[in-house]
Design a protein around this ligand. Structure first.
Ligand code: SAM
Length: 231
């Protein structure tokens, strides 16, 4: 795995600490994705790129029957373990590789929050998600907003390239900048059916915690989140 896409060592620790209460993760992406998830009680969930386990905890607290968290970063998984104890199964795995350790049709819900744009082998990953979801199961994906990326990186909106976003002063996050057409095209091309698309804005909680970022998410898009069904 390339060190610049996976949140190893200190970079993972910094992200894990910030994700608990950050305007973007805790108060923009997560509430939108959890709303898209709806009622998760009794569901078997796989959390791909589970990071520090923030989603896994929420899903378990909302009644999910079982959560398997998968991530490539040892420091993220350590943070997830601290947060979850033995309430979830955690597995270190590079999402560029097939999910051979997961059985066919063994999940009702797959969550992939802010991970998809880091991956090169996206077609393979989507085929694997389709394999492990039961027919009628749900896939939730969030990613960086194409217009937000265009605003930030400039150049052509239609650029299809890896970019590097500075993170926490000393690190850079490497990910694929994609058009809306590419993002949705890949998901629909993998034979998922789009049920809902959201352009999340920070919740009221963030207005007090971080007014500047709250304002920013309400004037310029940061993320896209979609709910898809596996037919
Ligand atoms: C922005 S964080 C999101 C974490 C979590 N989903 C959340 O929203 O709090 C991206 C996560 O994807 C993981 N990741 C990125 N590339 C990966 C890869 N190739 N294999 C496994 N995990 C990867 C990182 O380690 C990191 O935990």
């Amino acid at each position: 795995m390339r060190a610049d896409t996976a949140y190893h060592g200190e970079m993972g620790e910094r992200f894990a600490a910030q994700a608990t209460d950050s305007a973007y993760n805790a108060h923009t992406d997560r509430p939108a994705m959890l709303r898209l998830a709806g009622d998760v009680s009794g569901l078997r969930v796989v959390d791909l790129g589970c990071g520090a386990g923030h989603y896994a905890v929420e899903l378990l607290e909302r009644g999910a029957a079982r959560v398997v968290g998968v991530d490539g970063s040892e420091s993220m998984l350590r943070a997830a373990e601290r947060r979850l104890g033995d309430r979830a199964v955690l597995r270190r795995h590079d999402l560029e590789e097939p999910l051979t350790f997961l059985e066919d049709q063994s999940f009702d819900l797959a969550v992939m929050a802010l991970v998809y744009h880091h991956i090169d082998a996206r077609e393979q990953l989507l085929a694997e998600i389709r394999r492990v979801l039961r027919p009628g199961g749900t896939l939730l994906v969030s990613t960086t907003h194409p217009t937000g990326d265009w605003n930030y990186f400039g150049g052509s909106y239609f650029s299809d390239e890896r970019v590097e976003l500075p993170f926490d002063g000393r690190f850079a996050l490497s990910y694929w900048r994609m058009t809306l057409e590419r993002f949705l095209g890949e998901l629909l091309g993998a034979r998922f059916v789009l049920e809902e698309l959201a352009e999340p804005r920070a919740t009221e909680k963030a207005r007090l915690a971080d007014p500047r970022r709250y304002e920013k998410t309400h004037t310029s898009p940061s993320f896209l989140a979609v709910r898809l069904r596996r037919p």
